[in-house]
Design a protein around this ligand. Sequence first.
Ligand code: IMP
Ligand code: MG
Length: 179
Amino acid sequence: MHKDVERILYTEEELRRRVKELGAQITTDYAGRRPILASVLRGSYIFMADLTRAIDLDVTVDFMAVSSYGAGTVSSGQVEIKKDLSDTIEGRDLIIVEDILDSGNTLYYLMDVLRARRPASIRICALMDKPERRTKPITADYVGFTIPDAFIVGYGLDYAERYRNLPYVGVLKPSVYEK
Ligand code: IMP
Ligand code: MG
């Protein structure tokens, strides 16, 4: 285990199993359709790679990047689109793939922006959900794991751009960000 990690929350194996289940659920729910999976970078990149391979449909993928955090552990509430989707989504079934739904700021803003482009449908698939921290009225349609209020890293999730490469999801030692 990494020295900055307090404890492992989900092992590689647990993540693998749950992502497979999410993929199977999406495959069933979207049978006969061709959804666009839109990954919100950077935190969801590993989840996205595994999730798309667990979906047995004629999907397409797209990517966008937003920022709201800086180097802190709490959302600034300010959301900025750093990179937009490449494809048009009008009339398409869109599934937004996020790493964590925390305060809800990011997705609340993003949903507004994307809805205005008139897709046929929009759903949110979040690997992690921290409902206790929510300040905006937003829920995910697909959730990998519901977790308590702790700052987690690994499997794509970072603190100040570090730890994304850890194969598991772990709770970061508070001493790392309280310095
Ligand atoms: P929200 O706008 O507060 O819902 O924050 C969403 C974004 O904050 C996520 O997409 C993550 O990038 C980041 N985030 C929130 N909680 C954590 C965490 O525990 N670890 C790493 N990133 C987090
Ligand atoms: Mg993110």
